[in-house]
Design a protein around this ligand. Structure first.
Ligand code: MTE
Ligand code: MO
Length: 334
């Protein structure tokens, strides 16, 4: 796949801000300095005045938007859980890179409707301005695709704000795609082209972010794209390694999924027994708080766990997957 836009300077090589300690995730809305981050190829230096977003492929009226034109369109804000899928070649590792943020930008569906999407279009290909080498291959662009049906949901954004501030360079300045309910990898930063296509692209990054589809083929050879966020939950307090007094307390945390969380259970004995936690009602795509009031019976070490089931009935696996059950070992002292 050839280069389709001028090459910006890459101002940093590959960067990754890893899992944020749960102690820093106490706020409902994760502040920008508590956000995980991933830039596989580095960070391109993009000048807003030079930036253009090209709409191309299976549309009747291909178009180009400048940053000024994008900002002149109606802005919407959307709060959403935001989750990284982790290491693409090790989906069995739970990396717990999660946040809940407010995106500001323009809804994509009405824009595409105006341009006249052709019937043959089935997928939206999103190109980033970043380029370079990653895991043994050199690419001309970061590229991801999503099914067009997901865009029809109406909440896919061309975002230029994160928590009320302009996107920073590392978060995709000046504009990025945001696909709420899909893993972060699909929210392409430094967007330069949206292409309507009949099918999926054959590309290093779409291939990398594929999971073995064990339901379709037990050998794991058949794969499926890493799109929908699976149900997951994190205990925020008490935090792992905390020492708490022998007194009534609250175990609480955040739960999320590609659809709403329906229930959260908490275990205080390493998963041997489970009790229902109180779970707040879903609000759009934001993460949901759960609380489990608990009085430790005696001093000692406790392995606290949490498990979400979403409204589609999907729950978290015990171990060895990106959304496997979280455990925080704490001690209770006299
Ligand atoms: N263009 C581009 N978009 C990208 C990436 C990238 O490397 N290049 N990384 C993806 C991944 S894996 C994640 S988790 C999120 C991270 O977004 P953030 O760094 O703004 O938190 O961006 C996604 N979008
Ligand atoms: Mo990611």
């Amino acid at each position: 796949m050839a280069r389709i836009a001028p090459k910006p300077t890459m101002i940093e090589t590959r960067t990754r801000i890893d899992q944020i300690p749960t102690k820093q995730l106490t706020e409902r809305r994760t502040t920008n300095d508590n956000l995980f981050g991933t830039s596989h190829l580095g960070i391109p230096e993009v000048i807003a005045d030079d930036w253009q977003l090209e709409f191309t492929g299976l549309i009747d009226k291909p178009a180009t938007l400048s940053f000024g034109q994008l900002r002149a369109l109606e802005k919407i804000e959307l709060e959403s859980a935001y989750v990284c899928a982790g290491n693409p070649v090790k989906p069995e590792l739970a990396m717990r890179r999660a946040a809940n943020v407010v995106w500001g930008g323009v809804a994509l569906a009405p824009l595409l409707a105006e341009m006249g999407v052709q019937n043959a279009a089935s997928h939206l290909w999103a190109y980033g301005l970043d380029y370079g080498a990653f895991k043994g291959e050199t690419v001309d662009h970061y590229l991801k695709d999503i099914p067009l049906g997901r865009v029809a949901g109406g909440d896919v954004l061309l975002a230029y704000e994160l928590n009320g501030a302009p996107l920073s360079a590392k978060n995709g300045f000046p504009a990025r795609l945001v696909v709420p309910g899909y893993y972060g990898t699909n929210s392409v930063k430094w967007l330069c082209r949206l292409q309507l296509a009949n099918g999926r692209p054959d590309h290093h990054f779409t291939e990398l972010y594929s999971d073995p589809d064990y339901a379709a083929d037990p050998s794991g050879k058949v794969t499926k794209p890493v799109w929908d966020v699976s149900p997951e939950s994190l205990i925020i307090a008490p935090a792992a390694k905390d020492e708490i007094p022998l007194a009534p307390t609250e175990i609480w945390g955040w739960a999320w999924s590609n659809c709403a969380a329906q229930s959260v259970e908490v275990s205080v004995d390493g998963g041997a027994t489970w009790q229902a936690a109180d779970l707040e009602n879903p609000q759009g795509r934001a993460w949901q708080k759960f609380i489990y009031p608990w009085t430790p019976p005696k001093p000692g070490t406790y392995d606290l766990r949490c498990r979400t089931t979403d409204i589609k009935g999907e729950t978290q696996p015990e171990a060895d997957w990106r959304n496997s059950i979280y455990s925080a070992v704490i001690s209770v002292t006299e």
